[in-house]
Design a protein around this ligand. Structure first.
Ligand SMILES: [Zn+2]
Length: 376
């Protein structure tokens, strides 16, 4: 196949893209807030505040929650400790990570809210989750980026900025200290399932004038070029996201769609197929430095909450609503996973989540792969 012509025409479009593992084309910002001004982040949690909250949760949990740093594996580029928390006594290991992109703020709060629930809530559902699973939280994966309010981090050796969610590559090894530390910890824990939390810029639900409030995604596109080769993850990830979609609808949340990079002019969507993404590498069983010789792997999904502090699309008014939505999505997916309810869902129900007509795959290894040309 020859992708070169397509790639050339895509370069301009690509430049316009505010590339998150996320993010719609800039042109999908319909009369949204000015992209010049940054959102005031004083209402979001700083690194120090996160540490304080973690300590408070640990203390109030009466021994149920354990808070610790990953210092034995490494620190951030700027020398900050990466914090983690553990709760539950069961065999199923669930990994929840937030703010790998330092300008994606509210997700940290949602993760901490969920940890708080597990620390103190006595309900039957919560007790079941804690009895049957152990949850590992990394509420602020990228503390340097969080403090700078930048998507990536700064590599001290070179002064270059780096997207930590493109650094778990199969071939090159890790450029950032954060990646080495979190990867080594992940290889020790060997989770069974992971959820990764993000924010995206403004996009619209296909066929509506409504801004998307929440998107559900898999970083290796379901039915795409990569995922079907890995165990049963192609079905499991779709089941999980369809399950979350139904649950959020049940809670009354609307304007939820599938995560895609959207070309609004063409009204077409691209599913991402990003191999260097952290949760992608988890699904592919990355063995770096011999730390994962058995190629342990597991399914993983990600959530994208509306709004990004850098492009000014995060408004304080809706913060509470968006955090709650994220929290409920997390909580329901954990419960559905632990109880096995997610596996009762028809994987093809995933197709019922609103999405743009699929034009192709947005990859980090072969540019944009048009839909008809992904046969490899
Ligand atoms: Zn992100």
């Amino acid at each position: 196949m020859n992708l070169s012509i397509f790639k050339k025409t895509s370069i301009l479009t690509a430049v316009l893209l505010l590339v998150c593992s996320s993010l719609a084309f800039a042109s999908t910002n319909p009369g949204g807030p000015s992209t010049k001004g940054q959102t005031n982040i004083s209402s979001t949690l700083s690194y120090d505040e996160v540490i304080k909250i973690l300590g408070d949760i640990e203390q109030s949990s009466k021994g149920k929650v354990e808070v610790f740093t990953l210092d034995q594996y490494g620190k951030s580029e700027a020398g900050r400790s990466i914090y983690a928390a553990k709760v539950g006594t069961g065999a199923k290991k669930i990994w929840i990570q937030a703010q790998i992109h330092g300008n994606e703020k509210l997700v940290t709060e949602a993760a901490l809210d969920l940890l708080k629930t597990y620390a103190s809530n006595k309900s039957k559902d919560v007790q079941k989750v804690l009895a049957e699973s152990t949850l590992y939280f990394i509420p602020m994966y990228n503390p340097d980026g969080a403090e700078m309010n930048t998507r990536g981090t700064k590599i001290m050796a070179t002064g270059k900025s780096l997207d930590l969610n493109r650094d778990w590559t199969l071939d090159g090894g890790f450029a950032a200290k954060e990646s080495q530390a979190v990867y080594a910890y992940w290889a020790d824990v060997k989770p069974d399932f992971a959820i990764d939390l993000h924010h995206q810029g403004i996009k619209q639900v296909y066929g509506t004038n409504e801004a998307t409030s929440f998107s559900l995604g898999v970083s290796l596109a379901p039915n795409g070029p990569t995922l079907p080769a890995y165990k049963n993850y192609n079905d499991e990830t779709r089941q999980m996201l369809a399950y979350v979609y139904d649950n959020l609808e049940g809670y009354g949340y609307t304007h939820i769609d599938r995560y895609q990079i959207v070309d609004s002019a063409k009204q077409a969507g691209y599913d991402i197929d990003i191999k260097g993404g952290v949760v992608s590498a988890m699904m592919m069983g990355l063995n770096y430095n011999g730390l994962n010789p058995d190629h342990h792997s597991h399914p993983a999904v990600f959530f994208e909450t509306k709004g990004n502090t850098t492009d000014g699309s995060l408004g304080q008014k809706s913060n509470g609503y968006l955090t709650k939505q994220n929290y409920l999505a997390l909580k329901s997916l954990v419960y559905g996973y632990v109880t096995g309810e997610v596996y009762k869902v028809d994987p093809n129900h995933w197709n019922d989540i609103p999405a743009y007509p699929l034009a192709g795959y947005w990859t980090d290894y072969n540019g944009i792969v048009p839909i008809g040309e992904s046969g490899y």
